[in-house]
Design a protein around this ligand. Structure first.
Ligand SMILES: [Zn+2]
Length: 152
């Protein structure tokens, strides 16, 4: 049996952390506001084309890709639980100036959720999914035609 007595070839890391290169989080896009073209910062998550003619800078908003759940209905399928990242950086509302989750549960009205609130909703959706699975599993298989149990 031998015991290593040499010094490791690589010294242990010191307390000085490496500073990661700042990744770009936005790009500049040209927007038309009141007939004038100007450059605004657009976050990388934004997929909005910004091709419309804005009346005011406050109307410039950023929107990411939407996700939704296809829910079966009597008539077909309806998209529910729609969510996307949005921000309205120039609208003067501190709650929408930074990115938030635009959440539309039933295709009616959009709620503005902070990330922690969106996580709470996600937990509720997951719990509902488990409850739906349990409910579906509790239904006995029907292998026979419906029949009367007793007749008067
Ligand atoms: Zn944008």
């Amino acid at each position: 049996m031998s015991v290593a007595t040499t010094t490791p070839a690589v010294a242990m890391a010191t307390a000085t952390p490496a500073v990661p290169a700042q990744a770009a989080r936005s790009r500049r896009v040209a927007v038309t506001v009141g007939g004038a073209t100007m450059l605004v910062s657009c976050p990388l998550w934004c997929t909005h084309p910004h091709s419309e003619a804005y009346r005011a800078l406050a109307d410039v908003s950023h929107h990411g890709v939407s996700i939704s759940l296809a829910a079966p209905t009597y008539d077909g399928v309806e998209q529910v639980l729609t969510a996307r990242i949005s921000s309205w950086p120039f609208a003067g509302d501190p709650e929408t100036a930074t990115p938030f989750i635009a959440f539309d549960a039933v295709g009616d009205e959009v709620a503005q959720l902070a990330p922690t609130a969106a996580l709470a909703v996600a937990d509720q959706v997951i719990a509902h999914g488990h409850a739906l699975r349990a409910l579906a599993s509790s239904v006995p298989e029907v292998s026979q035609e419906p029949r009367l149990v007793s007749e008067a």
